[in-house]
Design a protein around this ligand. Structure first.
Ligand code: ATP
Ligand code: MG
Length: 496
């Protein structure tokens, strides 16, 4: 047992050091300059890079992103979350994100709409699980920061920060102090990007130089710290008489990981009515009495809520239109400006907003007078039912494998079920859309009988089509078309 424990302890230690979990501000800047592409990007670019990270395959229906195959969870034997086909939806999401990157702001909510059970939630689930996995890789590393106040100032009763004299030589960061040397660690609930600590004009110049004028998110080029961090920053700067280096001594840069379970940059907002962001005053909190005197006279607020937790990642509005419209009207401003009003301040956000809704609710929403304002802030992506039975079959195969266990399942069960499901999604053919000879064919054909035979059609060519179920003779196949006499061409508009 001891060997086992020491093995995992060594592993944990090695992982901690390898993944650069805790950095000083100087170390962080060195990391940024060594790889600006990874560290200077907004949430939309992050999701685009994540989709590219897992690779893609080219299919006749366009690119298929391997992310949606969820191969990275298949080693756990869990394929239930895989999304079959839906390549057009994947590409539409990818294109929208690329547009946000070009615009510099995630100025729209990507709203997936379609019939019930068409995989809207599954698609978003793949995206968030992909982000979780990507954030564990070196290319997907994400950083936030905390404020560290060392214990010495309390021990020595030093009130002015400028008088701080610890055991550490002046100029050395407090980022890596042990717990016993830390009096207070104040974290930023919004997970502000550490680069926001650089004053705006210098930041813009530095970003332009690092990224060679590649498109940058407004969040980094125009945004600023959240209310609490700004107050602490200003108080320290005043106490240190403008010595920014000493302010940065208090910065501990920390790596964080996307996690839906722990609501870290991946949050799902359920349709019940509640506020998505809020603030609570913390200066009166006794546990913060160790803060510098200059800060105790300032009102500090702790932000909370779904949008706050989802910052720097993705926020999903499940069944968005089931909420009363007033509860998400703020999204109009949030999408336009990339910020949200919380308590005493405006918080800058950088998060991809995704929603889902079914067709009925979307149609009802379109009748709503405010729809025109929302229209400009919503990117509609249709998620239809699958119309390819072979793809539908794959879904049933995955699910059946999971539930059937060692029970016998008749051959072709999923095949027949998939055929049936797809047939129910097709519109009844309308004769006026067909050439006269095929129209004639439809009029003369009889419904399928148990024997599955139909009289040959004069309008069709001679090759006999086989019933896909019984493989018996069924109807002649048109000479130059692979479509059957009664099946309309498969177009998105032909879905029910
Ligand atoms: N393309 C697909 N690939 C894999 N599974 C699918 C696909 N389409 C539907 N499913 C199956 O349908 C089930 C329902 O999917 P999901 O919950 O994502 O649909 P939805 O569009 O969000 O439905 P609702 O409108 O009810 O919220 C899933 O558990 C999944 O097994
Ligand atoms: Mg859903």
């Amino acid at each position: 047992m001891d060997t086992f424990l020491s093995k995992i302890e060594a592993q944990a230690k090695a992982d901690f050091e390898r993944t650069n979990r805790i950095l000083t501000f100087d170390e962080y800047l060195a990391l940024v300059t060594s790889d600006p592409r990874t560290h200077v990007r907004g949430s939309a670019q992050y999701v685009v890079d994540m989709m590219d990270h897992f690779g893609r395959t080219e299919t006749p229906q366009g690119s298929h992103f391997k992310l949606f195959d969820m191969e990275f969870v298949s080693d756990l034997g869990d394929m239930r979350h895989r999304v079959v086909a839906q390549n057009e939806v994947q590409q539409a999401i990818y294109r929208s994100l690329q547009n946000f990157v070009k615009e510099g702001v995630n100025n729209k909510l990507v709203l997936l709409h379609g019939p019930n059970g068409s995989a809207k939630s599954s698609i978003v689930n793949c995206l968030t699980r992909g982000m979780e996995r990507y954030s564990e890789s070196a290319q997907g590393a994400l950083y936030r920061f905390n404020w560290i106040f060392p214990v010495e100032k309390i021990v020595k009763g030093s009130l002015g920060l400028a008088n701080y004299s610890g055991s550490k030589p002046s100029g050395e960061s407090y980022a890596k102090l042990g717990d016993e040397d830390i009096a207070a660690r104040v974290c930023c609930e919004l997970k502000d990007h550490p680069l926001l600590l650089i004053p705006l004009t210098s930041r813009r110049d530095a970003l332009a130089a690092w990224t060679k004028n590649a498109p940058l998110p407004d969040y980094l080029t125009k945004g600023s710290l959240c209310h609490k961090c700004k107050m602490i920053y200003e108080a320290l700067l005043t106490a240190y008489k403008g010595d920014l280096k000493r302010v940065y001594q208090h910065i501990q840069v920390e790596r964080f990981y996307v996690s839906k379970r722990y609501r870290s940059s991946a949050v799902t907002i359920e349709p019940q009515m509640h506020v998505d962001a809020g603030a609570r005053q913390v200066t009166m909190d006794k546990s913060l009495s160790f803060l510098p005197t200059s800060l105790q006279s300032v009102s500090l607020f702790e932000l909370s809520g779904d949008l706050v937790e989802g910052n720097r990642g993705m926020v999903e509005y499940a069944d968005l239109l089931k909420r009363p419209i007033d509860t998400f009207k703020y999204l109009l401003i949030t999408c336009e400006t990339g910020s949200v009003n919380v308590g005493p301040s405006i918080a800058f956000l950088d998060t991809v907003l995704v929603g889902s809704t079914n067709e009925l609710q979307l149609d009802a929403f379109k009748e709503f007078p405010d729809f025109t304002s929302f229209k400009a802030r919503i990117e509609l992506v249709r998620v239809p039912y699958l119309l390819e039975y072979s793809e539908e079959k794959k879904i049933y195969d995955i699910n059946l494998k999971k539930v059937a266990g060692d029970k016998h399942v008749s051959p072709h069960t999923t095949y027949v079920a998939a055929l049936w499901a797809v047939l129910t999604r097709l519109k009844k053919p309308n004769a006026i859309h067909y050439q006269p000879n095929l129209t004639n064919c439809r009029r003369t054909s009889r419904p399928r009988s148990a024997s599955c035979s139909r009289p040959p059609c004069a309008g069709c060519a001679t090759s006999t089509r086989r019933c896909p179920i019984t493989r018996g003779a069924w109807a002649p196949r048109p000479a130059r078309s692979r479509a059957s006499c009664t099946t309309p061409p498969r177009t998105p508009s032909s879905s029910a």
